[in-house]
Design a protein. Structure first.
Length: 149
């Protein structure tokens, strides 16, 4: 059985407490706290102590946290793939809605709303913007392209 981890619940553990971004080249201190390499290096240039617990830390005692960095990279890749997949799905839905609007328009109906049951309200707004972009792009190809020839 596949179980999914809600990234919202662990995202704070995957971010550097100094820059608040996802770890980049994660390093761990002897006291067990992890930071981006550049972040902890800068902090240790000012004060030789952990920014979280104030334990003494020498710059030479920090080490790369391969496991944490691998996890951050894997989740980042999965998140990016999921976002791309979702955007592709929205594009497909927008094209479907545009085709449907076009066919309804040919039948004499307004067809501006399309099949809104396919989308959430925010997706309806996005589809509307994508539809407008497609129309403008097509019109510019039809009007501007012959002028350039």
């Amino acid at each position: 059985m596949t179980e999914f981890i809600n990234l919202e619940t662990i995202s704070h553990d995957l971010n550097c407490t100094i820059c608040l971004d996802p770890f980049e080249d994660a390093h761990v201190t002897p006291c067990g706290h992890s930071f981006c390499h550049e972040c902890i290096k800068e902090c240790l240039n000012v004060k030789h102590s952990c920014p979280i617990c104030n334990e003494d830390v020498e710059p030479s005692s920090i080490h790369k946290n391969h496991c944490l960095q691998g996890l951050v990279d894997s989740i980042g890749t999965s998140k990016k793939e999921e976002e791309e997949s979702y955007f592709s799905l929205l594009q497909e839905r927008a094209l479907h809605a545009a085709r449907q609007q076009n066919s309804e328009g040919e039948d004499g109906e307004d067809g501006k709303d399309g099949d809104s049951s396919l989308f959430s309200p925010i997706e309806n707004l996005l589809v509307s913007k994508v539809y407008d972009f497609i129309l403008v792009s097509l019109l510019s190809l039809i009007i501007i392209e012959p002028l350039n020839s």
